[in-house]
Ligand binder design. Structure first.
Ligand code: 5GP
Length: 193
């Protein structure tokens, strides 16, 4: 998606260890116009899939997920990384190793929000090694819900996430695909959504 790749070229910053910082417009300060356009694009791609819920993980998945959910006219659910005192219902839970924070956390969603009747679109800001996506897939599986696809803003295609998800036969659509972050430079793959 040209608006996103242009913005990454303009405002993205490569940190060491293969990490891209996009806090100017996605992960800290949010550009609502770009986020709206990206949510609409993901909704368009998955329009025929009869999505009933959009599911993401806090915190930086929430913005793209809510715009995608609004465009699809379905609810958005975000998995929590710490258990809130108000989450007194039965929970769906999975362990996720965080690529950027290098810690393992338990993510959960109240069981009442997902059921075997749901056809879920997973949305996240980044796809790196696919651990966040895998944890979200596990939550959906525990609820008996189908995962129709995964919509990602920025895929780091030099990491294993896409392969992991495709091996589960779940379609992955990424709005920007990065081939390399070597030498402080962002190099994009030609094909993206
Ligand atoms: P994965 O679980 O696919 O390894 O990593 C996905 C999660 O890690 C995303 O939810 C995102 O928050 C974070 N992440 C992974 N790579 C990057 C990166 O290069 N930059 C930023 N800002 N976050 C990342």
């Amino acid at each position: 998606m040209k608006e996103l790749t242009d913005r990454i070229k303009e405002n993205g910053r490569v940190l060491g260890e293969g990490v891209l910082k996009v806090d100017e417009f996605i992960t800290h300060q949010v550009d609502p116009e770009l986020m709206d356009a990206m949510g609409k694009r993901l909704a368009e791609v998955f329009a025929e899939k009869k999505i009933t819920k959009v599911v993401t993980i806090e915190a930086s998945g929430i913005a793209p997920a809510v715009y995608a959910a609004q465009a699809l006219k379905v609810p958005m659910i975000f998995a929590r990384k710490s258990k809130s005192l108000t989450m007194d219902e039965e929970l769906l839970s999975a362990s996720v190793y965080s690529f950027t924070k290098q810690v393992t956390s338990t993510i959960s969603i109240s069981r009442k929000f997902l059921s075997a009747d749901d056809n879920v679109l997973l949305v996240d800001d980044f796809l790196a090694n696919g651990q966040a996506a895998k944890g979200l897939i596990e939550l959906c599986q525990q609820a008996g819900a189908d995962v129709a696809g995964i919509g990602i803003l920025i895929e780091k295609s030099f990491q294993d996430g896409r392969q992991l998800i495709e091996d589960m036969e779940i379609p992955v659509v990424s709005l920007a695909r990065i081939a390399s972050l070597s030498d402080g430079q962002v190099t994009f793959l030609e094909e993206d959504a």
